[in-house]
Design a protein around this ligand. Sequence first.
Ligand SMILES: [Zn+2]
Length: 681
Amino acid sequence: MNHLSATEATALHPWNESGQIDAPALEGWVEGRLARQQQQIASLLAVEGPKTLENTLRPYDEAVATLSATGSLASLLDSVYPDKPVRDKARELTQTVAEAATALSLNQEVYHALSAIDLSHADPATTHYVSQTLLNYRLAGVDKDDATRAHLRELSDKATEISLTFAKHVQENVNRVEVHDAAELAGLPEDYIHNHPPDAQGVITLTTDFPDMQPVMTFARSADLRLRMFRAYNTRAYPANRQLLLDLLAVRQQMATILGFASWADLATANQLMGSAANLKKFIGELEQASRLGAQREYEMVLTFARGQQPGLKNLKSSDRGYWYEQYRREAFDFDSQSVRPYFPYDSVEAGILETAARLFHVSFQRNKDTSVWHPQVSAWDVYDRGRLVGRFYLDMHPREGKDKWFSAAPLIPGIAGRQLPEAALICNFPGGKPGDPGLMQYSDVVTFFHEFGHLMHAILGGHQAWAGVSGISTEGDFVEVPSQMLEEFFHDPRLLASFARHYQTGEPIPAALVERMNRASAFGRADGVRTQLFYTSYSLDVHNRPPADIDPDAMLEEGYKRMMPYEWVDGNRMYASFTHLIGYSSNYYTYMFDKVIALDFFGQFDRSNLLEGPTAMRYRQAILEPGGSRPGTQLIADFLGREQKMDAFAEWVGEEFAGTAAGEGSAAARKETDGIGNSA
Ligand SMILES: [Zn+2]
């Protein structure tokens, strides 16, 4: 195959050979691609006589592939391109592509043509693809009359427009915290203080970008600085996004009503493993009960400890949580999370995670310096399977002005066996990327890197299906966080860590005893982490599961927080204004906890004394990653486990800390709100 040759690449990617593009060229590229998609649809509608896979499903799937890649690449440029005019044009064009996709999803002629395909000789993957596609057509409202479909299109376009504006506000709104007395940075790591020198007036400016924000919340001794940072971080995109959120919720509810659903949450779960909002409520209730006592106990232990350190302390605020958990872990587990940062300089972590994934999944990665990228910070990598090129990914890993602020994996080009290689990108905001800054990562950053790399492997190794529509991560949406969270678990293996975690100054590998203390310490707080996730999960559900007129995003946030969390509520917390998962996952934030249960069940299949070399990894690759979306999630689970999925591994994981035999992460679970997998819709 020669799909990555220079001439083809210019058609596949919008940017030129130096990775650059301007707004008019981008517009021309998108228009060309949309015209091609229309031809593909026209060719399937022109078929007379029997509808076959080749004359009908193939052109349909080509149109899907064209739309998917065009939308993903436009959205990528919106997230990462250095020049604002290009980002703005890219956002506008993302809207245009989404409108074309909506039009296709309501096209009755296409629906009838697909329904008429003779599937009597089709393989199971193809049958599954067609049945899912027809189901999604019906959920979109294809069988409604012309006027209703026109109205649905209008509403859907409106929802896209609001969503893109909401995301743009979060991307562009960086808040700043001024520090007038350098003593306020006490407790923060040396390299952090060194990287934030005072200006001529003696003022130190911190931003709400992740590498600035997170160490303050974990290490800063000053409760006031933590509170200022907490407020700055949780008021990003406020007030602009408050009204946008209300508008979006109203539009979504209108669509759900037209389509015969009681609420948006019912519509959004209808084609998922979850099935309904009622099932989701039950799921939340079960986890709420399972985590209540543990979380209460954790909170009391930390509060008692904090009072011992700071007599007169009444309560712990939300803004104190990270700091006091860190202090408690130092005392109770003899583990200072600053002590592992020097072993996690960004470059070594990147090399180590690539090496780990290569050994685990029996692939190799080769840096491709010839291919063009959109910014000098970005690296491109080719993936080989036994010498055969099977895909490419891009790593864009450090913050930049105007760049997306989250951690996400973005599929870019869906792979189609024999026709087109899959491509994907990671868009992250890890420390480093600046001269003189070694980019020392907190261990939760490293867990996040493993997580995102799990998505990447799914996109690439699952990208060799016969059809783009079932390629890569196109499983049910609520299965998508399984491969990512499964890979997180590998972070805790001392031998694996010692292979790449070396002190950035001395080169000494991370001591096994330190890893053991880190694992024990990080397991503390799991029940609290589960409840943090349940707080986000319930909020996402609740705002999508009641009449929009009854929604007060502030009151619901405060009420939900107090219901689920023991910490003192901080007034002025507007986190919903920057909670971009409300855009991408809508009511379905539950995906993280739901998939954590599955991921831990999966991880239980591995031989922990021989994580990388045993046969299980290859079996996992073949049963879970390679099929992509070509089988229902329930079947993927049964194929790998040889039985139905169980809660046992998860229950053990939540309860484990009290047995003192922990190996896991708690704080990383509390990070999921920062993760999202882009363009997965
Ligand atoms: Zn994820």
